[in-house]
Write a protein that binds this ligand. Structure first.
Ligand SMILES: Nc1ncnc2c1ncn2[C@@H]1O[C@H](COP(=O)(O)OP(=O)(O)OP(=O)(O)O)[C@@H](O)[C@H]1O
Ligand SMILES: [Mg+2]
Length: 254
């Protein structure tokens, strides 16, 4: 059985079928791409999988657990974590606090020991800090730990979003256009980081991205959406040469 099984997933917005009859699966440890022209339904699909929207039809099953009807917080605690197409950081908090906030969802110190400030509380707080700093170091942000998130350059804010999502120790990481707005050098660095995260953490990743060089370089399999429907699925090489995909991108770059 796959780690995530999505079956006949559909989302209507009024008369529009933003996601139509999508069936796909993610296996443990895979790095999968999700591509398609603007408005194809990629973000909506993420929103369905992470509980932001309820499907009109179809099912989402994580590790044997049906996610339909569960709220985003519950789904996050079951192991799905994401970044957003538009950066959503706590801009007036420090870089470190942004990361700690994600961790606290899952590793709440015992309330009583927190109230009484028992050693157990301090220990767990220190452990969390250490872990957060390790993640920030991997992403080259350790010297920025005390800076306010809003003062980071754009590319670093995007990386911080990934650190924050990783801090929850998800089973599956959903990245919505992580390289959007990055210059080629930042994109190349991010590509290397995503690969490193997959290898070091053995985490399952699904990635929406318009930057084809990034997608083709890091992913093992790719799903292609157009007008809410899956039109192709295969290895990067298969997708590059798929007639329907090339047609869907006509005028664009692939
Ligand atoms: N909350 C909503 N209400 C109504 N329509 C919506 C809503 N969210 C998305 N849509 C519509 O659903 C379709 C798919 O949008 P979606 O944002 O999922 O596309 P996308 O593939 O992520 O595009 P992009 O590459 O531009 O980010 C679009 O036509 C969009 O206008
Ligand atoms: Mg989108």
């Amino acid at each position: 059985m796959a780690l995530l099984e999505v079956t006949n997933l559909t989302k209507h917005f009024g008369g529009l079928t933003a996601v139509g009859d999508v069936t796909l699966e993610l296996n443990e440890g895979e790095l999968v791409g999700l591509i398609g022209p603007n408005g194809a339904g990629k973000t909506t699909l993420f929103n369905l999988l992470t509980g932001v929207y309820e499907p009109s039809e179809g099912t989402v099953v994580l590790d044997g657990t049906l996610l339909n009807g569960k709220n985003p917080y519950t789904i996050a605690s079951l192991g799905l974590s994401r970044t957003f197409q538009n950066i959503r950081l706590f801009k007036n908090m420090t870089v470190l606090d942004n990361v700690l906030l994600g961790m606290n969802n899952h590793h709440k110190p015992h309330t009583l020991s927190a109230l009484l400030r028992l050693p157990k509380f301090y220990n767990s707080e220190n452990n969390l800090r250490e872990k957060a700093m390790e993640l920030l170091t991997i992403f080259g942000l350790e010297t920025k730990a005390d800076h306010l998130a809003k003062n980071l350059p754009y590319g670093q804010q995007r990386r911080l979003e990934i650190v924050r999502a990783l801090a929850t120790e998800p089973k599956i990481l959903f990245l919505d256009e992580p390289a959007a707005g990055m210059n080629p050098q930042e994109t190349a660095e991010l590509t290397a980081l995503i690969r490193q995260v997959k290898e070091e953490f053995g985490i399952t990743i699904i990635l929406i991205e318009h930057d084809m060089s990034l997608v083709m370089e890091v992913t093992e399999r790719i799903y292609v959406l157009e007008y809410g429907r899956l039109i192709a699925h295969g290895t990067p090489d298969e997708i590059k040469n798929d007639k329907r995909v090339i047609e869907a991108y006509l005028g664009g770059e692939l």
